[in-house]
Write a protein that binds this ligand. Structure first.
Ligand SMILES: NC(=O)C1=CN([C@@H]2O[C@H](COP(=O)(O)OP(=O)(O)OC[C@H]3O[C@@H](n4cnc5c(N)ncnc54)[C@H](O)[C@@H]3O)[C@@H](O)[C@H]2O)C=CC1
Ligand SMILES: O=C([O-])CC(=O)C(=O)O
Length: 312
């Protein structure tokens, strides 16, 4: 099996590193547009094999899509990251053309490919990849909710003094500072509702801190995060290539689910060898439904920009 990662920058290289360490495929191809960059990162990663004991091969290529031929999955991380003070949405002008071009090139060499889109603004980039390639909807997956849910579990773990692994909590909606929806009423600590152990004030703070998780790191680091994004992307790939049927929040094309049409938005899905295989419809209360509809409106506005800038 072959897995391709496009973009050998912070997120792409970390994703590839997680993939080879977990031996998810015999061969991993890392592709970047910057001459020699992916080759260098791949060589560096290959030199950890003797220490870490993995057998996966990783090769780096400069924009040579013929080397990606026959990939089962590709993760698209190419494009600009934000700087402190920016929103993810501000990246659309540069990233839309990159993502469109990359998705089309991948498909030319791997007609059966499943695409995992990471580049921001992620929900809109996932929608663009779907529209540009015409791939069946189940084979286009936006990675954002998996990361946001992991950050939500981190924030809960800090307040509760609990292990993040004991916490079950998901974030749905858009992958934006104001569009994500951490579902605290549904979150559990080994099946006990977390709301039993937190004041209203604490709950509000956890939700707020989760929503700005990416912006907080961008301010601290000077560019956006990569360790948790890379681990999240690799976890999504693992569920697909190992047919694990894990439940993740991912940005998928909605056709009536959650009252939305013609949009990619974060909802709980089962991920397996066919891509996203099933959407789970949660019983949302009226407040949550209204927040989801508002999140969809904001993402739809971004999708409309694709036409204005000629990307669709
Ligand atoms: N969905 C999510 O949860 C997350 C999304 N992101 C997004 O992922 C993207 C990548 O972030 P970083 O890796 O930190 O950025 P980076 O700047 O470190 O890496 C991006 C790489 O893409 C390459 N690239 C640009 N155009 C390309 C093209 N046409 N073909 C191939 N490669 C190309 C660049 O040469 C660069 O090496 C950003 O848009 C960022 O906002 C980042 C973290 C989480
Ligand atoms: O914050 C950003 O711009 C990158 C990203 O999507 C995240 O880390 O959640």
């Amino acid at each position: 099996m072959k897995i391709t990662v496009v973009g050998a920058g912070a997120v792409g290289a970390t994703t590839a590193d997680n993939i080879v360490r977990s031996e998810l495929a015999e061969e991993v191809v890392l592709l970047d547009i910057k001459e020699g960059f992916a080759e260098g990162k791949a060589q560096d990663m290959s030199q950890t094999a003797a220490l870490l004991g993995f057998d996966s091969k990783i090769i780096g290529v400069t924009n040579d899509y013929s080397q990606t031929a026959g990939s089962t999955v590709a993760v698209i991380t190419s494009g600009l990251p934000r700087k402190p003070g920016m929103t993810r949405e501000e990246l659309i002008g540069t990233n839309a053309n990159i993502v469109r071009n990359v998705a089309e090139n991948l498909l030319k060499h791997s007609p059966d490919i499943i695409l995992v889109v990471v580049s921001n603004p992620m929900d809109t980039m996932t929608y663009l990849a779907l529209k540009a390639t015409g791939l069946p909807k189940n084979r286009i997956i936006g990675m954002g909710g998996t990361l946001d849910s992991s950050r939500f579990r981190y924030q809960l773990s800090l307040r509760l003094g609990a292990s993040p692994a004991d916490l079950n909590a998901i974030v749905i909606g858009g992958h934006g500072d104001t569009t994500m929806i951490p579902l605290i009423k549904h979150a559990t600590w080994n099946s006990l509702p977390v709301t039993q152990f937190l004041t209203d004030e604490e709950q509000k703070q956890i939700v707020a801190d989760t929503m700005v998780g990416g912006a907080t790191l961008t301010k601290l680091i000077g560019t956006s995060a990569w360790y948790a994004p890379g681990a999240s992307s690799a976890a999504v790939v693992a569920s697909i290539v190992r047919d694990q049927k894990k439940l993740f929040t991912a940005s998928v094309y909605l056709e009536g689910e959650y009252g939305q049409e013609d949009i990619n938005l974060g909802v709980p899905v089962v991920l397996g060898k066919n891509g996203w295989e099933r959407i789970l419809e949660l019983p949302l209360d009226e407040d949550e439904k209204a927040t989801f509809a508002k999140s969809a409106d904001a993402v739809r506005n971004m999708n409309n920009v694709l036409k204005e800038i000629g990307a669709l």
